[in-house]
Design a protein around this ligand. Structure first.
Ligand code: PLP
Length: 386
């Protein structure tokens, strides 16, 4: 069945007692045992819970994996995955990385003796040069955020497999609607479901999908042992959001493409970073491995002095962190999402003080262009007049 149909029908045929089309919220932590040595399949909700199980089966299916695990946030999902590693293990990690993942690796995982090297994950020579005998995994974001760098997943996951290195892909920005890393050779997919999967800026959640029996068993063990699991109400809210994922992603893509193209020829804009545009260095790879483009992109102004007044003058677009919701949000990565990444690394990848990131919502594109156009115009006048 096509992915649009599977998304719309999440949980709708799973409730055997009443036939409820919207799968119920089972707000119970304990489950009666019919007899000594017997179980309904549910014992205690940290291990397994009915509403969460429907969500976990759905994401495993959507990502073409074998098992799914719902966590209390994207960071909780990453921490659960990183618990696969310990003293003396080494990871290769995408250079332009989500700030929270960088913080977890550098300030927490180092305490457990796990070290990381940050490389351009699309550069096989750089990967080979930084591979060590104790390299256990490669952690990839594609596209990266905020610079939208693209990694060739089939090539890099193939390289990793050849060296016995696990491939972990953060698929938050594209979702399984546009890109399925496991089909391209990844072992583990992780999502901040807080973003596009939830889609409404109202639920914090993380999802893990594993491929392979042994890895799935180990992840189930870690998920239960660590216990950073998603509750029944949030599991339901996430499924309710995911039912409209296809509609939302198509609109996000349409709006983002229109606005990015408009900014490309704007006199006060220096650069636009969006893989849907033919000048983007990752355009061809992105087209080959994904069926569409995310709704976020970044752009660099000609002058950093425009940043403050633009963020003050946008009205429909909110100046707020996060991404992937129906409401448009704009952030300033250098001082917000990427504040935990040292300035020297930020500059090296190009996250400087002229860069803005736009998470384009599903409002009418004309209203968004008018709002941003007005803010840039006002900023230009203020800077010119000062
Ligand atoms: C937001 C985000 C995370 C962290 O997820 P939370 O749900 O905020 O804990 C991880 N990776 C990416 C790419 C993100 O955008």
């Amino acid at each position: 069945m096509k992915i649009e149909s599977r998304l719309a029908q999440i949980g709708s045929i799973s409730e055997p007692v009443t036939g409820a089309v919207s799968f119920p919220i089972y707000q119970s932590t304990a489950f009666r045992h019919p007899k000594l040595g017997q179980s309904t399949g549910f014992d205690y909700s940290r291990t397994k819970s009915p509403t969460r199980s429907v969500l976990e089966a759905a994401i495993a299916d959507l990502e073409s994996g074998d098992a799914g695990f719902a966590c209390s946030s994207g960071m909780a999902a990453l921490q659960t995955i990183f618990a696969l590693f310990g003293q003396g293990d080494h990871l290769l990690v995408s250079l332009d990385l989500y700030g929270g993942t960088y913080r977890l690796l550098e300030k927490v995982m180092t305490r457990f003796g796990v070290t990381s090297t940050y490389v351009d994950t699309n550069d096989l020579d750089a990967l080979e040069a930084n591979r060590k005998p104790n390299t256990r995994a490669i952690v990839i974001e594609t596209p990266t955020n905020p610079l939208m760098m693209i990694t060739d997943l089939a090539e890099v996951c193939g390289w990793a497999r050849k060296h016995g290195i696990l491939s972990i892909v953060d698929n938050t920005l594209l979702t399984p609607f546009f890109q399925r890393p496991i089909e391209l050779g990844a072992d583990i997919v992780i999502h901040s479901a807080t973003k596009y999967l939830g889609g409404h800026n109202d639920v914090l959640a993380g999802l893990i999908v594993t491929k392979g029996e042994e890895l799935s068993k180990e992840m189930a063990f870690l998920h239960n042992s660590i216990g950073a699991v998603l509750g029944p109400q949030d599991s339901w809210l996430l499924m309710r959001g995911m039912k409209t994922l296809a509609l939302r992603m198509e609109r996000h893509q349409y709006n983002a493409t229109r606005i990015a193209d408009w900014l490309l020829s704007h006199p006060h804009v220096a650069e636009v970073f969006y893989p849907a545009q033919p000048h983007h260095p990752g355009h061809d790879i992105q087209n080959r491995q994904s069926s569409g483009n995310t709704g976020i992109f970044s752009f660099k102004l000609k002058d950093a002095a425009y940043v403050e007044p633009i963020l003050r003058h946008i009205k429909l677009i909110a100046f707020a962190e996060s991404l992937g919701g129906v409401e448009s949000l704009m952030t300033y990565p250098a001082v917000q999402t990427h504040a935990d990444i040292p300035e020297e690394i930020r500059r090296q990848v190009g996250v400087d003080d002229r860069l803005l990131r736009f998470s384009v919502g599903v409002e009418h594109v004309d209203d968004l262009i008018a709002d941003l156009g007005n803010a840039i115009e006002q900023a230009y006048r203020e800077v010119a007049g000062s």
